[in-house]
Design a binder for this molecule. Structure first.
Ligand code: MG
Length: 299
């Protein structure tokens, strides 16, 4: 199933999405039948999620008797988790060709022994079709990074690689928007990665049962319709079990945690000369079996 979070008639709601039929089933309709209160946001859903709940929701959708449903196009979809419980975890340099294209920018060994983790602050995460602010006063080197995003579903510390899938709730798409000049100037990446609106995530979360494991999905990024990034998540240097297992060594992961798994080659910085984002650029990050996340750079 696919879960989305959005606004409809000034009401915020979590729902099950059937994109093929252009339908959004608010969870409150399903929960009403179960005589329980619906989760008010995605974090609350993930916190209470288990296989029984999944089966119950699935059955109701399948029956689809008198369930409330809204045309999906009438929902103003927001980022599925606009307010993460804590900072977003990110992987740096997790595709070999991306390391090579960034060599001129920061020296990194071709053969990384350990994953590079960093953090990105997002409060809120930007939603689908929303604006990415240029912040021209702060940066002149704005860049895009299409990434597969993992949402954690089950609490855990020191998770073994073979147990990682059991700790995942689902998957979505992210754009790790980056101010390259700030990344370089301040040495540490936090500021260059955390300008306001620079963490678009969405358009929805695809529950893990719809994505075969290991996760091997085509990932692409288009800028104004031009294909810039074109790879597959199977080319990650540290695959999902490895990167999450190592991250969880000594760090407890909690339901709702967001992990951006790194970007493939083709970012603006990698071109010669670099092709940074410009006012009004349209950026589309596309991942097979998940969908498309579109955002626009401000004027
Ligand atoms: Mg990134």
């Amino acid at each position: 199933m696919i879960y989305g979070y959005g606004r409809y008639n000034d009401e915020y709601m979590v729902g099950v999405i059937d994109a093929d039929r252009d339908l959004f089933f608010p969870l409150k309709g399903i929960y009403k039948k179960r005589n329980t209160e619906a989760p008010k946001d995605m974090n609350e859903l993930i916190d209470t999620y288990d296989d029984d709940l999944y089966a119950g929701i699935y059955d109701e959708i399948k029956k689809d008797n008198d369930l409330e449903k809204i045309p999906l196009r009438q929902i103003n979809l927001l980022s599925p988790i606009p307010y993460p419980k804590r900072s977003v975890f990110c992987l740096g340099k997790n595709y070999k060709e991306h390391i090579q294209e960034m060599q001129k920018f920061t020296k990194t060994d071709d053969e990384l022994k350990y994953p590079i983790y960093f953090s990105k602050m997002a409060y809120p995460c930007t939603g689908p079709d929303d604006i990415i602010l240029r912040h021209a006063n702060a940066t002149s080197q704005l860049d895009y990074e299409a990434e597969l995003v993992v949402i954690i579903g089950k609490r855990g510390i020191n998770i073994r690689p073979e147990d990682v899938e059991g700790h995942i709730f689902g998957y979505t798409i992210g754009n790790d928007v980056s101010a390259r000049d700030l990344q370089k100037r301040h040495n540490q990446w936090l500021k260059g990665k955390s300008l306001s609106t620079h963490c678009p995530i969405g358009p929805w979360i695809v529950y893990k049962s719809l994505i075969p494991f290991p996760v091997e999905l085509d990932i692409k990024c288009f800028v104004n319709g031009e294909l810039r990034q074109d790879s597959n998540t199977k080319h990650m240097i540290f695959d999902i079990p490895t990167q999450i297992s190592i991250l969880s060594q000594g760090i407890e992961l909690v339901p709702g945690d967001i992990i951006m798994t790194g970007t493939p080659a083709g970012v603006g910085m990698g071109f010669d000369p670099p092709r940074f984002l410009q006012p009004k650029d349209k950026i589309e990050c596309v991942i097979e079996k998940i969908g498309k996340l579109t955002n626009y750079v401000s004027e």
